[in-house]
Design a protein around this ligand. Sequence first.
Ligand code: C2O
Length: 361
Amino acid sequence: APITAPDITSICQDAKDGIRNIATALRTTKCCPPSLGKTVKPFRFPTEKTVRKRWPAHAGTKKQVDDYRRAIKAMRELDDDHPHSFVSQAKIHCAYCNGGYTQVDSGTGFPDINIQIHNSWLFFPFHRWYLYFYERILGKLINEPEFALPFWKWDEPAGMPIAEMFLPESPNPLYDELRDPDHIQKRLIDLDYAGTDKDIPDQQQIECNLATVYRDLVRNGGDTLSFFGGEYVAGDSPVAGTDPSVGSVESGSHTAVHRWVGKRGTPNSEDMGNFYSAGYDPVFYIHHANVDRMWKLWKDLRLPGHVDPKEDDWLNASYVFYDENEDLVRVYNKDCVDVRRLKYDFIENSDGPFPWRKSRP
Ligand code: C2O
């Protein structure tokens, strides 16, 4: 049977999975969402005619950057216990990834088995839905129906440095102090970062990054489960490094960026280096907007084997989120496979989205 998230406002516990140093954690491990006494509704596809166009974070127009800043500022100004608040949005990741929820199913459920949407084939769809609501909430906060998220375009040389707008310190709403200062100063991402700095010339780092993108999307992602990660169904508890396997992007460039941004020497690699705290850095959502784009690009390559999972256990896995109207909705993997139905897309270069295509390692 597919993984089924509970009504998140009734079944939730403090997070502890995957947090090495709970006592000294720099963010709260009480990650349960606020309960507004609502019942879970089915999801309805958006009906507006406009499509939100996500834009490369390093190349936004003034209006795009200003709107984004304004929206994050408005989100930070909400009371923490509002479901749309900056903290509530960050806690979603903690609750779904550090053991806040247990699995349910139509029968007895699995009250002893926590949900962990990473390290498995739920990785892409869960984060797609997460960002879908996050983007619409931000748009609503500034009353801008076409509001679209930026994406950290680390697959193209110009987009590899962390974007300028994240850098100036407080009161910049996009700033987060729990980032690695050396990396932020250097700015150029290492998509293959595994805890040790390479200290290679920029041009070499750029080539290495392009090769990593090629590796994650083509060489190591040649079939459905290599790309998405292994099957994860009701009753399973996935642990990194064991079954189910971790998908090529998730284990590769995705995790490298988390580790590269997170502050070394903190109790739990806060913020970006741990699931429970990653959502406190605005960069998290911008990184994941590009990870989400990788799913789309992978399919757009139209190589044999580049197809979404067809198993019922994948299609009908579901999560519960607060939507932009503060309603609780249940969403299914099968409803997120086409971004056009979700009314967003990505702005791509006119000469195509694959500058790394010739970077076969
Ligand atoms: Cu849910 Cu990038 O992790």
